[in-house]
Ligand binder design. Structure first.
Ligand SMILES: [Mg+2]
Length: 235
C-alpha cells in the first residue's frame, strides 16, 4: 500500500521537453555568433569537451555543478587568442546570454501544461534539475513551489542534495510521501529509489531498463500521467 503522496518533483530536460534539438540549436547559433565576432574557432569534438571539462574542474571544483560557469569557461578557453582580455570577457558574457536565451526555446511534450496545471490542484510541485533551464521563464512556472538546480544544490543528481533541499522547502512531507518523475535511469530513478522516494519513469523512447533494481512504473505520454497517478496513489 502506497503512502499518500503530498509532493511531486520533476526533472526538466528530456522530461518536460525534448532537450537535444534545443541544445544543439543553442550551441550552433551561439558558436556562429561568436565566429561572427572573432573569426573561425577550433571547437573540438565531444571528447575534447570532456577533457577540457575535467581540466577546468581540477582548477575549480564548483565547475562540476555550476554548468553555466563551465560553459563560460569553455568559451573563454576557446577564445584564448582574443585580445584584449576585456573584449574576450565581453564576448564570453554576451555569448552566454545568447546561449541561455536559446536554451529556453523549448517545446513542451504534448500534455505537459494541462497535466501540471491539474496536478498542482492536488499536490505540491517542485523541479529538481541538473541543468540550467529555469522553469520560471515559462507560464507553467507558476505551478511550481520551488525549483532546485545543481547550482543551488551545489551537487548533481543522483546525489541526494536536490532531494534533501526539496524536503526543506515544505512542511510535513517525507521522502515516503514524495513522488519523483524523470527520464534518467540513474540521475532520477536510482536517486529517488535509493532514498525511498516513489518514482515514475518517463520513457518516451521505449528504452530498456538497465538497472539492477525493479523497474518503476513508466509512462510515455504526458496525456496519461494524471490517470496513472490517480490509479497508483489516489485509490
Ligand atoms: Mg532529464
Amino acid at each position: 500500500m502506497n503512502k499518500k503522496i503530498k509532493m511531486i518533483t520533476f526533472d526538466l530536460d528530456d522530461t518536460l521537453w525534448d532537450n537535444r534539438p534545443t541544445i544543439i540549436k543553442a550551441e550552433v547559433d551561439t558558436r556562429k555568433w561568436i565566429e561572427d565576432q572573432v573569426g573561425e574557432v577550433e571547437w573540438g569534438d565531444f571528447n575534447d569537451f570532456l577533457e577540457l571539462r575535467e581540466d577546468l574542474i581540477k582548477e575549480d571544483k564548483s565547475i562540476a555543478w555550476d554548468i553555466s560557469k563551465l560553459r563560460k569557461e569553455i568559451f573563454r578557453k576557446k577564445l584564448s587568442h582574443v585580445n584584449p582580455k576585456k573584449l574576450k570577457n565581453e564576448i564570453v558574457e554576451r555569448a552566454f546570454d545568447i546561449f541561455i536565451s536559446k536554451r529556453h526555446e523549448i517545446v513542451f511534450f504534448d500534455g505537459v501544461e494541462e497535466c501540471i496545471a491539474d496536478l498542482s490542484k492536488k499536490y505540491l510541485l517542485g523541479i529538481l534539475t541538473n541543468g540550467n533551464a529555469d522553469i520560471y521563464k515559462f507560464k507553467i512556472g507558476k505551478y511550481f513551489k520551488f525549483s532546485i538546480s545543481s547550482l543551488e544544490a551545489r551537487d548533481s543528481k543522483p546525489n541526494r542534495s536536490h532531494f534533501d533541499m526539496a524536503l526543506a522547502q515544505v512542511n510535513d512531507v517525507t521522502f515516503e510521501n514524495m513522488l519523483h518523475i524523470g527520464d534518467h535511469q540513474i540521475n532520477d530513478m536510482y536517486a529517488a529509489h535509493n532514498l525511498g522516494i516513489n518514482c515514475l519513469w518517463f520513457n518516451n523512447n521505449d528504452d530498456e531498463w538497465e538497472q539492477n533494481f525493479k523497474k518503476p512504473d513508466e509512462f510515455s505520454s504526458w496525456k496519461n500521467l494524471n490517470n496513472i497517478i490517480k490509479d497508483k496513489y489516489e485509490r
